[in-house]
Design a protein around this ligand. Structure first.
Ligand code: CP
Length: 317
């Protein structure tokens, strides 16, 4: 990697709304370099030596938590992980008190996943001299997922301008959908959202370029189809009758995929509910880039830590 100065202008990564097209481009360029580091035999550079990263996951996670941990370790940071059940929040400690406790330990960066929309914003206001990364807050946003999705699309498509991206599923409860709609529209993609009426936000028409309740309409001529998990943990009974009917009406099958562009790519942020939102042969088929998304998750999160913490690279790293 080169010795260019890190001139990234943001302290925190809280929302895709805060990023310009250039910022997104800077994340992608840096992530590409970080991917090269991850492909070396020795996957470690000393860039963040002496820096402390706390991963505070107050909701379950496999991909995001692990990739932030791997990212921090590959950059030589000291990485500490906290979960809701293993922290004093399980004994009733408030977010404010926990943030104060973390502040006293003087970390350089905190990633936070929370069931509460806005929690990372609150923490960023409570802790000075520390970067905060939103690793998914309630139904609100998941910006690092959007950046890795954008990176994955960029590896398969020539340009974002005019690219037809359809996001299908539980849009209402999906922070991945919200961040991707913002990010992809900034880059010029044409974003259609699709789901049962009860799982579409009231302002769906304002959010996306197209809104439909028909998966066939959504998939037709799409360049990218992004399937979403039904967020059972956030859905009320009244809005969602049963998974079998959902699968019949909104599941992505290879038959339905024939309507898409010939070189369509199929994405899913995970975890996947096979046979519900996506048929197993589609999830594992030649169109699927689901594991590329996971791989790029490490590179993008290395880029996030690197850019937010202003790590300068020594020549030859
Ligand atoms: N995509 C995503 O956020 O996955 P995890 O919940 O496993 O982190």
């Amino acid at each position: 990697m080169g010795s260019e100065a890190n001139v990234f202008s943001h302290r925190h990564l809280l929302s895709m709304d805060d990023l310009s097209r250039d910022d997104i481009g800077q994340f992608l360029t840096t992530a590409k370099m970080m991917k090269e580091v991850s492909e070396r035999e020795v996957k470690k550079i000393p860039t963040l030596r002496g820096r402390t990263v706390i991963n505070c996951f107050l909701e379950p996670s496999t991909r995001t938590r692990m990739s932030f941990e791997i990212a921090g370790k590959r950059l030589s940071a000291d990485v500490i992980n906290i979960s809701a059940s293993g922290s004093s929040m399980s004994k009733g400690e408030s977010l404010k008190d926990m943030a104060g406790t973390l502040r006293a330990m003087n970390p350089d960066l905190i990633t936070i996943r929370s069931p509460h929309s806005g929690a990372p914003f609150q923490v960023s206001e409570m802790i000075e001299r520390c970067s905060v990364v939103n690793a998914g807050d309630g139904r609100h946003e998941h910006p690092s997922q959007s950046l890795l999705d954008i990176m994955t699309i960029s590896e398969h498509k020539e340009a974002f301008m005019g690219l037809k991206v359809s996001i299908v599923g539980d849009i209402l409860n999906s922070r991945v959908a919200r961040s991707n709609i913002i990010g992809l529209k900034k880059l010029g993609a044409v974003v259609t959202i699709c789901g049962p009426k009860t799982l579409l936000p009231v302002n769906a028409e304002e959010m996306a370029d197209g809104v439909t309740t028909s998966i066939k309409t959504a998939v037709k001529n799409a360049d990218v189809v992004m399937m979403l998990r039904i967020q059972k943990e956030r859905i009320g009974q009244a809005t969602f009758p049963n998974l079998r009917e959902y699968s019949r009406l909104f599941g992505l099958t290879s038959e339905r995929l024939k309507l898409a562009a010939k070189d369509v790519v199929v994405m899913h942020p995970g975890p996947v509910n096979r046979g519900v939102e996506i048929a197993p042969d589609v999830a594992d088929g030649p169109w699927s880039v689901i594991l590329d998304q996971v791989k790029n998750g490490v590179a993008v999160r290395m880029a996030i830590l690197y850019l937010l913490l202003g790590g300068g690279l020594a020549q030859g790293e």
